[in-house]
Design a protein around this ligand. Structure first.
Ligand SMILES: NC(=O)C1=CN([C@@H]2O[C@H](COP(=O)(O)OP(=O)(O)OC[C@H]3O[C@@H](n4cnc5c(N)ncnc54)[C@H](O)[C@@H]3O)[C@@H](O)[C@H]2O)[C@H](O)CC1
Ligand SMILES: [K+]
Length: 490
């Protein structure tokens, strides 16, 4: 499929799958990171965010401005707002060395310099007792005062901890007692702060409680649909103290008398990420696998058929994800196996290659627990009319449509992956992609696993293109997977 066709398909899908106008903090973090992947610096976004808050409040009459800043980028926005206001009092909740990011630190440093010569005042507190005096004084304040909440934004995790909890309670109490206090939240209200105004960036957040004003801060819409390192950073992290099996258990069901290489490629690529990888196939394949890392399950015959379904289902109970189809061959036996297995399997399944061709789509239900990885020819047999919104509406499965650019979509989201090159057209790279996605799917949801699998597979190919030109092999791609994971600290 040429790029023109891919982009046509992609635009049809974007026309049907509408962008969400309210997003989760996790979705915002991916967009934020992918804006940087596209070359837009975070410090620019912070500047635009802080300036957009200033623009919204500059015409509200006030004589005092008190900005409570946290140690994350929400606090960083607060530092920018302070600079634009000019005569603000900044209260950093934490020590300067606690400030978490380069962008926020840079803005704090600027404020510190200004505070030596201008009207900016900075205080650093660790406990709420240290601001008792300010709240006492504000209780009887008869000057209009704007309190700006740049404490915590989309980085909030769990219930509000001290001293934020007490500070929020004190601001809420103060507001009730003194009508001269006006509270503005940056991006997201911290805890149950009773803000009068919330200015949020790029899109409303699911955790916004008030009618937030949405301000554009320079994030292009492309950051919402081009797969980037932001998607990789959203993957579940490998815990340091994790024990065997926690990082994924994958069962590869494939192979046949003619094809034994495919399930091996799938298994070897899965093994680069998952803890346990098993292969379920006919003994003609199993006996050719001399990889000690694999757990092997063999059955008699040239092809998997319905007589093997019970055993395959029993074995699959021990695994998180099944990768189904690689090298199965297409005939009446394997057709019976695939349709019966899928109708009874309760596991997450990556459906690839021959399995895509073998499914009877007439009554088929596209479950959320399925990821399909077709190329355009296989996709055309899946009975999905892309230009028919009804057909897309019921598509709970994730589709990774492989091409010069990969399109990843389900009934809610569509993204495009631009990593990869013509060297990946070789036979076997599809088996590798299925193995990567199967391993990621163990601990991540389907859409994210599909996006990241496509990105990792393509990026491995891009690294190889630089080293070897187009003439690298599928085994080279498998060996490159750990390098990609290391580059992006997955
Ligand atoms: N999304 C964008 O395009 C931009 C967002 N900006 C601003 O960045 C924040 C998100 O920043 P982040 O560093 O990820 O996290 P936060 O600052 O929101 O919070 C982290 C901070 O808060 C502490 N913390 C987290 N949970 C709790 C809790 N339950 N109790 C106490 N403390 C908590 C944590 O320890 C950190 O110190 C976003 O909202 C925007 O305001 C960019 O500046 C512009 C682009
Ligand atoms: K906030």
């Amino acid at each position: 499929m040429v790029v023109g066709e891919i982009m046509d398909l992609f635009n049809i899908l974007r026309g049907i799958i509408k962008d969400k106008d309210t997003i989760t903090p996790k979705e915002m973090a991916i967009i934020d990171e992918n804006a940087e992947y596209l070359g837009i610096k975070k410090i620019l976004l912070m500047e635009n965010a802080g300036k957009s808050v200033y623009e919204e409040i500059k015409d509200i009459y006030a004589e005092n401005y008190i900005i409570f800043c946290g140690t994350g980028n929400n606090g960083g926005d607060g530092f920018v707002v302070a600079r634009h206001i000019g005569n603000a009092e900044v209260i950093l909740i934490g020590r300067e060395q606690d400030i978490k990011t380069h962008e926020a630190r840079e803005n704090f440093k600027i404020l510190k310099t200004l505070s030596e010569f201008g009207d900016i005042k900075i205080r650093q507190i660790l406990r709420v007792e240290e601001v008792e005096g300010i709240f006492k004084q504000l209780e009887n304040e008869n000057k209009k005062t704007i309190i700006i909440d740049a404490m915590i934004g989309t980085g909030v995790k769990g219930d509000l901890r001290e001293p934020y909890k007490s500070i929020v309670e004190k601001i809420n109490t103060l507001k009730k007692r003194n009508k001269n206090i006006f509270v503005v939240s940056v991006d997201v209200e911290t805890g149950n702060l009773d803000s009068d105004l919330t200015i949020t960036f790029h899109k409303r957040k699911t955790i916004n409680r008030k009618n937030a004003i949405v301000k554009e801060i320079g994030i292009p819409k492309e950051a919402e649909y081009i797969v980037g390192w932001g998607d990789l950073k959203a993957l579940k992290k490998r815990e340091k103290d994790s024990h065997k099996g926690q990082n994924g258990k994958v069962l590869i069901i494939g192979g046949s008398r003619e094809f034994y290489g495919a399930p091996i490629l799938t298994g070897l690529s899965s093994l680069k990420i998952a803890d346990l990888v098993a292969v379920f196939s006919v003994n003609k394949v199993i006996n050719k696998i001399n990889h000690p890392e694999f757990i092997l399950y063999g059955v008699e015959g040239d092809y998997l058929s319905s007589q093997h379904v019970d055993y395959a289902l029993k074995v699959s109970e021990k695994y998180d994800v099944v990768v189904l189809g690689n090298g199965l061959s297409v005939n009446s036996k394997t057709r019976a196996f695939v349709n019966e297995f899928l109708s009874r399997c309760e596991k997450k399944v990556v459906i690839d290659a021959d399995a895509i061709k073998l499914i009877d789509y007439a009554e088929f239900e596209f479950l959320e627990s399925y990821i399909f990885t077709p190329h355009i020819g296989e996709f055309k047999r899946m009975n999905l009319e892309l230009d028919n919104p009804k057909s897309i509406k019921n598509l709970k499965s994730t589709i990774v449509l492989k091409g010069e650019k990969d399109i990843i979509f389900n009934n809610e989201m569509v993204k495009i992956n631009k990593t990869g090159n013509a060297g990946l057209t070789k036979g076997g790279t599809g088996d590798i992609l299925a193995g990567i996605i199967g391993a990621l799917f163990s601990n991540n949801e389907a859409f994210l696993s599909g996006c990241c699998g496509a990105f990792i597979n393509g990026y491995a190919g891009d690294l190889l293109l630089k080293e070897k030109g187009f003439y690298y092999t599928p085994m080279d791609v498998i060996d490159k997977i750990p390098h990609v994971l290391k580059i992006f600290e997955i």
